[in-house]
Design a protein. Structure first.
Length: 313
C-alpha cells in the first residue's frame, strides 16, 4: 500500500468530515426511532427529515468512505460489482436528498403561508401525500439512474481503456457521445428544477416571515430579552440550509461534468471537490437540530434547555 502525500491531507479532512456527518445524521434518525417506539405522532415535516437524513447517510457512506480509502493509498478494494453498486447507491441517495430538501422547503412555505393565502388551501392536501411522495422518490431515482452501473466499473478491469475516467477506486465511462450528453442533460434538468423550486419557496418564506416580523414589531419591542426574534431565527435557518445545499450540489454537478469529460483528472482535485460536496450532508443535521423539539435532549444533552424554534414545528 502506497500513500500519496498530496492526497493524505485531504483524506484526513475528509475522514473527519465523514465521522461528524455520520454522527449528526444517525442522531437525527435515532431521535425519530425513539419517537416512533414511544408512540409519538410524527408531523409531515418529520417524515421528510427522516428521508433526508437517511439519504445523507447513504451519500456519505457510498461517496465519502471509498474516496477516503483511496486517498489513504488503498487500491482495488472494490471489484467491478462493488463499484457499480456503490456508485448506483450514491446517485440514488444524492437525488433523494435533493428531492427531500426541495419538498421540505416547499412544504414549509405552504405551512407558514397566511390563512387567507391560496397556498394555505394546499396544506391539508399536501400533508396527506407527504409520506407516499417521499417513498415514491426512491423508486423514481432508482429508475432515473438505472444506466449508472453500465457506466461504472472497477479500475483493475480497465487499465488500458482510453475512454475511462478514474476516481482512484472506480472508473467512469467518459464517452462524449450524444447519449451521454442527453443523460447529463436529463440529470441537470431534474436537479435544476428541484433547485429552482427550492429557491422560490425559500424566498417566499423569507418574505412571509419578514412581513410577519414587521406586523408584530411592537410585541417584540416590549420583550427586551429576545435578542433575536423567532422570525429572524427561522429566516437564518432557511437561508443557511438553502445556501449550503445550493453550493454543495453545484460543486457536485461540476464534479460530475469534470470527471465525465476530463480524460486524465487529478485525483486530489476530485478529493477537494468531494470534500466540498459532502458539506451539506455533514452540516445539515446540525442545522436541523435547531428545529427539533426539546425531546431530543434525551440523547442529545447539548440541545438541553435551549429555546428552540417553534414556528417551523
Amino acid at each position: 500500500m502506497k500513500m500519496a502525500s498530496d492526497n493524505l491531507a485531504v483524506g484526513i479532512f475528509l475522514f473527519s468530515q465523514i465521522i461528524v456527518g455520520m454522527l449528526g445524521n444517525f442522531s437525527i434518525l435515532l431521535y425519530y426511532v425513539i419517537l416512533i417506539v414511544t408512540g409519538k405522532h410524527l408531523m409531515p415535516k418529520d417524515l421528510i427529515i427522516e428521508h433526508l437524513s437517511f439519504a445523507n447517510c447513504l451519500s456519505i457512506i457510498s461517496r465519502g468512505i471509498p474516496q477516503t480509502m483511496s486517498d489513504f493509498g488503498f487500491k482495488y478494494f472494490l471489484d467491478d460489482i462493488g463499484c457499480k453498486l456503490i456508485m448506483y447507491i450514491y446517485r440514488i441517495s444524492r437525488g433523494v436528498s435533493l428531492y427531500a430538501m426541495c419538498l421540505l422547503s416547499c412544504f414549509q412555505a405552504v405551512t407558514i403561508s397566511p390563512s387567507n393565502s391560496r397556498w394555505m388551501k394546499l396544506k391539508h392536501r399536501a400533508t396527506k401525500y407527504i409520506g407516499p411522495s417521499c417513498s415514491l422518490s426512491w423508486l423514481v431515482h432508482l429508475l432515473l439512474n438505472i444506466s449508472t452501473p453500465i457506466r461504472v466499473s472497477g479500475p483493475i478491469y480497465n487499465k488500458n481503456a482510453t475512454s475511462m475516467t478514474s476516481y482512484g477506486y472506480c472508473s467512469w465511462f467518459a464517452s462524449g457521445n450524444v447519449s451521454t450528453a442527453l443523460y447529463m442533460f436529463l440529470l441537470c434538468f431534474t436537479d435544476g428544477l428541484c433547485l429552482g423550486l427550492m429557491a422560490c419557496s425559500s424566498v417566499s418564506m423569507v418574505s412571509i416571515l419578514y412581513r410577519h416580523k414587521r406586523q408584530v414589531k411592537h410585541i417584540h419591542s416590549a420583550q427586551h430579552f429576545l435578542k433575536v426574534s423567532p422570525e429572524d431565527r427561522a429566516s437564518q435557518t432557511i437561508l443557511t440550509l438553502v445556501c449550503i445545499f445550493v453550493i454543495s450540489y453545484s460543486l457536485s454537478s461540476i464534479l460530475v461534468i469534470f470527471t465525465t469529460y476530463s480524460k486524465v483528472p487529478m485525483l486530489w482535485v476530485v478529493s477537494v471537490f468531494l470534500f466540498l460536496e459532502v458539506c451539506f450532508p455533514t452540516v445539515s443535521p446540525f442545522v436541523l437540530f435547531s428545529n427539533i423539539k426539546p425531546s431530543c435532549s434525551i440523547f442529545l444533552p447539548c440541545c438541553g434547555k435551549r429555546k428552540l424554534l417553534s414556528s417551523l414545528t
